[in-house]
Ligand binder design. Sequence first.
Ligand code: NAP
Length: 359
Amino acid sequence: MKKYKVGVIGATGIVGQRFVTLLNKHPWFELALLAASPRSAGKTYQEAAASRWAMSEPMPESAKDMIIMDALAAKEKIAGSVDFVFCAVDMPKDEIRALEESYAKLECPVISNNSAHRFTPDVPMIIPEINPEHAEIIPFFRKRIGSKRGFVAVKSNCSLQSYVPAIHPLMGYGVNRVLTCTYQAISGAGKTFERWPEMIDNVIPYIGGEEEKSEKEPLKIWGKIENGQIVPADSPAFTAQCLRVPVSDGHMAAVFVEFENKPAIEEIKERWASYRGRPQELGLPSTPKQFLHYFEEDDYPQTKLHRDLEGGMAISIGRLREDTQYDIKFVCLSHNTLRGAAGGGVLLAELLCAEGYMD
Ligand code: NAP
């Protein structure tokens, strides 16, 4: 496999730092370039990011002296120097849409962690184990913007990266309704406890825009390609409440599901244990061997114990039982900046490389 040269746009942020850490010694990808805002441009990565480094592992030596480029002003140079870019920036949505599309027009594919393009009908929003076939929309996007190679592919929101994978293997039973309450880590807001002391010993019952994303995005993931667009599924009906809780990393969800044909508890566990997706078939470098882990212990999964399972790329599930109002309920957990952000982005890029979209 050839080594792909990659850039990270938004490299100084929390998700960008994760990308830099994950790309250090990646078997297929070589970190060739870092970009951020004009505030950081011209500084070394160490100068710009060391004081806000939020990873438990140290900043990779190979990145420390890289000079950060201005993502907007230097886009031609950046797009011409790499095979593709990862993008995770904090900017107004219309500016992000324009930035990502301009890279695609410069023939540089963009793997995005931002929400700006999630509902563009010809941009795929992919969880590699669930809807890898949505990559087939890419030729339609290329045709629309007039590119040969450039495209934008996005990751879905971090809140749903535990419950959509858990529900997916059960879709054959006819999932009618889902209710979910999420308990989300502060790194999901790009914060640490040092930078957000109000979160110590506290719960904040509001995360702007998160409940809408948690209810709407699963339907695009389960949608179908029709006439060059991804048409969202019209069911199941979702309702969500999203709370910010005082943990550093790891989003947990309490989930209630109603079915058309209710499966037995043991059947559900069997579906989870045997579920394999395209990344497992292809043996991609960042793929978890076992995507869905079910724990029988009454008090599992726990954020601190299980968020790093299989490099933070596996989903942990527990407490499956019958419910009095819905058919079943359970709890699930995923690492928000690994599976839910940069790790999921790297896995998506691996999938698109393996399937020839980066050639
Ligand atoms: P963050 O820590 O606030 O970092 C923001 C990054 O955006 C920084 O690198 C910043 O560069 C850059 N940036 C800001 N304005 C820019 C501009 N005008 N041009 C170029 N770069 C600019 O944010 P984050 O938590 O990493 O989140 C980044 C994106 O990922 C957001 O869209 C977020 O919704 C999404 N996301 C986050 C998570 C998570 O768990 N944190 C999960 C999924 C998705 P400077 O340092 O130079 O200002």
